[in-house]
Design a protein around this ligand. Structure first.
Ligand code: ZN
Length: 127
């Protein structure tokens, strides 16, 4: 058995984790989307959710690319009762886009029009 590495250490070695995550991670945008700041956090968020009907944990079965809207959607099923859930993440925010641009280098393309969404400070996940 091995001890799990701390999240700080993980950010240093896991290319799916943004080492520059901020307090706005998982905050809601004014239009109700969940702020994502990298790829890994999307599965982390789903893993922390429970089905409101039965309390079961959720499993992601599909990720829908809505990058033309600055969004990505995780479709999940409850492992307790089978109810379908959907979580829509904002990836238009500056933290995600800066991380993605750094990861993609010359391949980076901004896929949506207008400015990135910002977190609603009244709807932060972390306090
Ligand atoms: Zn359920």
């Amino acid at each position: 058995m091995r001890l799990r590495k701390s999240s700080t250490r993980r950010a240093e070695i896991d290319p799916a984790v943004n080492p520059n995550r901020t307090m706005d991670l998982f905050a809601l945008t004014p239009d109700g989307y969940v702020i994502a700041q990298d790829i890994a956090c999307q599965n982390e968020y789903v893993a922390q959710q429970q089905c409101e009907d039965c309390g079961g944990s959720l499993a992601v079965i599909a990720q829908i690319n809505r990058s033309f809207q600055g969004l990505t959607e995780s479709v999940c099923f409850c492992q307790g009762c089978g109810k379908k859930h959907s979580v829509i993440f904002d990836i238009s925010n500056d933290v995600y886009q800066a991380w993605w641009a750094e990861r993609m280098g010359d391949l980076y393309v901004r896929t949506f029009d207008g400015p990135g969404r910002v977190a609603d400070p009244e709807q932060r996940f972390f306090r």
